[in-house]
Design a protein around this ligand. Structure first.
Ligand code: UDP
Length: 420
């Protein structure tokens, strides 16, 4: 397993985003937990939403005085291919679970668990299915509290895959889901905590950029900043529906010929399927030079994502399934209206008609894009509501508060309840 180096942060910089009551509670919880050691474990340090969240959560908790480390498990392509399939099947894809996949999955979990021999952590938080079986291979010590954090939409999973994972999930002291809909039967309700993910308002991806600065950045990718731009920022993945985005754009283009589309996507190392899907996307885009497909392999990094989210007229997140959809909160925080698929965590974030729209089909998506392009005043009015929604519910300070509460509460029993 590999220890992830994180950037240093200063908690004082974040006090501007929290009220007095929250500040008081955070100080209290840090005091109570200051002698505890915490480990976060996930599959990758770069690419995708989980890594993104941990890059802000972990250094900020450290800055508050929490003793926390972040580890990533070691794996090879054969493991990531299998866990990618796990991910898809847990989100509902059909298919049977081959015995050889189970063996490979467990082999890597056992191998990674062997790195934990001399570990002395009080709280071990496992993110997503890839490292979920570590709990069994490790043989949990008595003082350890294990928490499984599920970032995906498990509301209607493939039963065979869920049943397999369930064997491990029930061994955990607590399970975190993003929404109640994702919490499955069979897990003790008392062990379930709901935590929505969050964004870091001071990260390069989310710091305020002036419109001109943002435009200067996206110009470099061939965008004409004098014409309207719609963008989707996400991995090339069937659930993110980049092909549906292109189809919606093509409908809009007929009525609004000046429109441009940017598909901004990161290629994650644990996502071999992403390359195939990028090629399908490029084929669907064809010879239309107003469609820009750009990735981390040709210059997209956090600042560029920020620039696209800031300078676009509309952000799309036309997902067909979505655990949460950090890109939605990121874009709303910049005051850009978002048109999102009417699924999963997107439903928690977009207030239909107030901060953007939720859509079920390509046609509906095209219709809402046209509504916003034709009514810039409406788009402008959505700006404040969008920012306020994120400030109240989806900033990292809120996320830390709920995590620390959970750690603290795990030290209590029914006879000795927590004061919250
Ligand atoms: N992202 C990025 N560069 C890209 C595309 C995406 O940094 O080219 C980031 C995006 O800004 C967001 C994360 O990757 O922070 C994706 O998280 P989300 O929850 O939207 O989706 P996931 O990839 O976890 O399914």
């Amino acid at each position: 397993m590999q220890l992830v180096e994180v950037q240093k942060k200063n908690f004082d910089d974040y006090r501007q985003f929290i009220d007095e009551e929250t500040e008081f509670e955070l100080d209290f919880l840090v005091q109570k937990l200051k002698d505890k050691k915490i480990a976060m474990i996930n599959a990758t340090a770069f690419g995708g939403g989980v890594a993104e969240k941990l890059h802000s959560l972990v250094p900020l908790m450290k800055a508050m005085g929490i003793n926390i480390d972040w580890w990533t498990i070691l794996g090879h392509e054969e493991f990531y291919n299998i866990t990618k399939n796990f991910h898809n099947c847990l989100q509902g894809q059909e298919g049977v679970l081959p015995v050889s996949d189970v063996e490979t999955y467990l082999k890597y979990n056992q191998m990674n668990a062997s790195y934990m021999k001399d570990w002395e952590y009080d709280y071990i938080i496992i993110h997503d299915p890839q490292p979920a079986a570590l709990i069994e291979s490790r043989r949990k010590k008595k003082y350890e509290k294990w928490i499984w954090r599920c970032h995906i939409d498990t509301s209607s999973p493939n039963k065979e895959y869920w049943d397999f994972l369930y064997n491990y999930i029930v061994q955990y002291d607590a399970v975190i889901f993003t929404m109640h809909d994702y919490a499955k039967e069979g897990i003790e309700p008392g062990n379930i905590t709901i935590i929505t993910p969050s964004i870091d308002p001071l990260s390069i991806k989310n710091i305020p950029l002036k419109k001109e600065e943002a435009e200067a950045i996206i110009c470099k990718f061939g965008v004409d900043t004098n014409r309207p731009l719609i963008s989707q920022v996400s991995r090339f993945d069937p659930w993110k529906d980049p092909l549906g985005v292109i189809d919606a754009y093509k409908i809009v283009k007929k009525d609004f010929p000046s429109v441009q589309l940017a598909l901004v996507g990161s290629m994650a190392y644990d996502d071999p399927e992403g390359w195939d899907y990028l090629y399908s996307t490029l084929r669907r885009a064809g010879e239309d030079y107003d469609i820009k497909v750009v990735t981390n392999f040709n210059g997209i990094s956090d600042l560029e994502v920020n620039a696209f989210q800031t300078a676009s007229d509309i952000i799309l997140q036309k997902s067909l399934r979505e655990g949460f959809g950090l890109t939605v909160a990121e874009s709303l925080w910049k005051g850009t209206p978002v048109i999102g698929g009417n699924v999963g965590g997107i439903k928690l974030q977009i207030e239909d008609g107030v901060t953007g729209y939720m859509v079920n089909t390509v046609e509906e998506c095209a219709e809402k894009i046209l509504t916003l392009l034709r009514n810039p005043v409406l788009a402008e009015e959505m700006k404040e509501a969008a920012r306020e929604k994120v400030r109240k519910e989806f900033l990292v300070t809120k996320n830390i508060q709920v995590y620390l509460r959970l750690f603290y509460n795990l030290g209590f029993t029914a006879k000795n309840p927590a004061p919250w």
